[in-house]
Design a protein around this ligand. Structure first.
Ligand code: C2E
Ligand code: MG
Ligand code: MG
Ligand code: MG
Length: 286
């Protein structure tokens, strides 16, 4: 009897595991299909200088235009492929698409956005052929100067192997592209690490910015990251700027660059030119 229930339990566990494997396989197949059938799109979120009132760039953010489920956010599908070679493939598609878009904006004589950033997954950055891939992608868009492309890397992926990551970053920079450290403050990085990572821009994680006006610890973190960026001579941008008051507080702390729903939500590429023509900084910021 005991043996039998033990067997049953084993069987149950086995079934659950089988189900998980099946779901994973189906998700991977659906993502593969989506990539082959052009269901991914890039949205772009503006980044501005609040003080001088200019648009400094845009960040490309992937979306899945799902035929039945509508527009899906990256958190709904990127985690499935986080450590999968498909992340590398999608990553290449993202860079290629962003470069095409930069070329189109330039052809429209849009002198802005100044730079377009794309998010780079750790697995993508660490793949042996990344520099070659990037070289090839840039070569495929000879009309786009590499300085218009910025790569956003999570602070946490930089910490996986600082030596290796800093070598890759330096190699990319010789191609002319710049780096930003994304979600800064969430990864417990030491000052020594920051010194060794040649990122020109530090992006303060939105979780700290969101609550900086109500939580003194979050305010202190935002203040600290701004001071840190300044002493290391890096640019600093606040993510998750949702209100005018956030912007005002950030300006008082010396952070002029901002990105967030309070300025603009991510939008299709075709909406960027009109948005740029119409945007004005809040009067209290100048
Ligand atoms: P991220 O790079 O930190 O991008 C910022 C995220 O915050 C975006 O979410 C953006 O829509 C959202 N956001 C912007 N302003 C505000 C605000 O004021 N309030 C709030 N609550 N949220 C704001 P999204 O587009 O869903 O992307 C989530 C994450 O997925 C990104 O975080 C990035 O880590 C990743 N991701 C997006 N696109 C790509 C991609 O093409 N490749 C890779 N590897 N990762 C991507
Ligand atoms: Mg980002
Ligand atoms: Mg971020
Ligand atoms: Mg994030």
């Amino acid at each position: 009897m005991a043996k039998e229930s033990g067997k049953n339990r084993y069987h149950l566990f086995d079934t659950a595991q089988d189900d998980a494997v099946k779901v994973q396989r189906e998700s991977l197949e659906a993502i593969r299909y989506a990539l082959d059938h052009h269901q991914f799109v890039l949205y772009y979120q503006p980044k501005v200088n609040m003080k001088i009132g200019t648009v400094v760039g845009v960040e490309a953010l992937i979306r899945w235009q799902h035929p039945e489920r509508g527009l899906l956010s990256p958190i709904e599908f990127l985690p499935v492929i986080e450590n999968h070679t498909m992340m590398i493939e999608i990553g290449e598609w993202v860079i290629d698409t962003a470069l095409t878009q930069i070329g189109q904006w330039q052809a429209m004589a849009l002198d802005l956005p100044v730079s377009t950033s794309v998010n780079i997954a750790a697995v993508q950055l660490m793949q042996p052929g990344f520099i070659q891939t990037l070289t090839d992608l840039l070569a495929a868009h000879p009309n786009v100067e590499p300085r218009y492309l910025e790569l956003e890397m999570l602070e946490t992926s930089a910490l996986e192997d600082v030596n290796h990551v800093s070598i890759i970053m330096n190699d990319c920079m010789t191609l002319g592209v710049h780096f930003a450290l994304d979600d800064f403050g969430t990864g417990y990085s030491s000052l020594t690490y920051l010194r060794r990572l040649p990122a020109s821009l530090i992006k303060i994680d939105q979780s700290f910015v969101k609550d900086m006006l109500s939580n003194i610890d979050d305010f202190a973190i935002v203040e600290g990251v701004i001071a840190l960026a300044k002493s290391f001579k890096r640019d600093v941008i606040a993510e998750g700027v949702e209100t005018v008051e956030h912007g005002t507080a950030l300006l008082q702390l010396g952070c002029e660059l901002a990105q967030g729903y309070g300025i603009a939500r991510p939008m299709p590429a075709c909406d960027i030119p009109a948005w740029m023509n119409n945007w004005k900084p809040d009067a209290s910021w100048q």
